[in-house]
Write a protein that binds this ligand. Structure first.
Ligand code: SF4
Length: 376
């Protein structure tokens, strides 16, 4: 999709964390806080170049992710945001950890143009939080949710993780029902299955890794509880109340164009993908030397792009054209076919990768661009 009204996203990566969660493989650092000021300036420079040299259009959505964006001084985050050209009414999301969700910080965000907070709660059960290596407890999570709800953002999200060490089905249900039972519950919930990433401490501790069958039960439990509470699934790991879908997420699921700013950030424009150097040190140095911080790039073939479009849409209720999947017994119970469209069942969502492997891209034009509904 191209043209002045096409969605366009800006992603800003913030590579700083207080401590490293033992399941995390993101490009983030716990000993680089001294770089924050220089990093913010480098992000502003990269944004200015992107506008001047690449003709980056006004963003319809901006997303500060990480890492822990709320670890940056709030004024510095708002300064970076001010350098992002935006459409009127652009969605601006900041990922925030509970210990940072203080009213003064949230007010600075709101006054600076942030419209949406994504709060990383993960669980409300103390022993599960401890097992995940999270620093906050149940009280902090509940207080943070209340502060975000009261701060007057257009929308907000809460992140949960299922499958932490020592978590029972009852613990998971307690987290979910606790969250949706809050006085002001989050209008959008992301519930991710804990994944074991190579090289993490969790990967070296098999006894603390989640069991696939248990994760499947927890996923079905989440879908049941959330649907019952009025949330609709948006994508495998995301549920939202009507009108609270995340525009930035939808841009990714729709193969939209975006510019990534900061270390390890990825960009996509006109079929070209590129990504920046991984460490904030190198990023700051290169931008300071007036050099682009690009570390690599790829251009997908038409066929790869069509396959990716199908794979992304398959993960959403939009589904894929029914003839993109074989009509055989192996997919029984995993997809439903209605009016020429195949959509994953709840069980199919658990096995989305296996279903994706059966996708056939077929002839050109199988999936039109822009089929994920816009944020309403
Ligand atoms: S806070 Fe998030 S980004 Fe930082 S170490 Fe933990 S999981 Fe990774």
């Amino acid at each position: 999709m191209t043209g002045a009204t096409a969605p366009f996203g800006v992603y800003v990566h913030v590579p700083f964390c207080r401590s490293r969660c033992d399941y995390c493989a993101f490009a983030t650092y716990t000993d680089r806080d001294h770089l924050m000021g220089a990093y913010g300036s480098a992000c502003v420079s990269e944004l200015e170049w992107a506008v001047a040299d690449e003709g980056v259009p006004p963003a319809t959505s901006v997303f500060f992710g990480g890492g822990t964006p709320s670890r940056l001084p709030a004024d510095l985050l708002v300064e970076i945001l001010a350098a992002v050209p935006r459409t009127a009414g652009a969605e601006v999301t900041v990922e925030c950890n509970p210990e940072d969700a203080r009213p003064d910080r949230l007010a600075t965000y709101r006054d600076g143009g942030v419209t949406r907070i994504s709060l990383g709660v993960q669980s409300t059960v103390p022993h599960v939080l401890a097992g995940l290596g999270r620093r906050h407890g149940e009280r902090e999570a509940v207080d943070a949710a209340a502060a975000v709800a009261e701060a007057g953002f257009a929308s907000w999200n809460m992140d949960l993780i299922m499958g932490g060490a020592g978590e029972s089905d009852a613990d998971w249900a307690r987290s979910l029902t606790g969250v949706i039972g809050l006085a002001e519950p989050p209008p959008h919930i992301s519930a991710y299955a804990l994944t074991v990433e190579p090289g993490t401490p969790l990967a070296a501790a098999p006894d603390r890794q989640p069991d696939d069958d248990e994760l499947a039960d927890r996923y079905e439990q989440a879908d049941r509880i959330l649907e019952h509470a009025g949330y609709r699934w948006e994508e495998i790991s995301n549920w939202a109340r009507p009108g609270h879908g995340c525009r930035h997420n939808r841009l990714y699921w729709d193969q939209g164009e975006y510019r990534g700013i900061g270390s390890a950030a990825h960009s996509h424009r006109a079929g070209r993908r590129w990504w920046n150097v991984r460490t904030p040190d190198r990023y700051v140095r290169m931008i300071g030397d007036d050099r682009r911080a690009t570390a690599g790039e790829e251009v997908l073939t038409d066929r790869q792009r069509r396959f990716e479009a199908l794979a992304l849409r398959l993960r959403t209720p939009v589904g894929v054209p029914a003839d993109a999947l074989p009509d055989d017994g192996e997919l029984d119970g995993l997809v439903t076919r209605v009016d020429g469209t195949a959509v994953l069942t709840v069980r199919g969502r658990l096995l989305a990768n296996a279903v994706t492997a059966r996708l056939a891209v077929g002839d050109e034009g199988l999936v039109p661009a822009g089929t994920i509904p816009p944020y309403a």
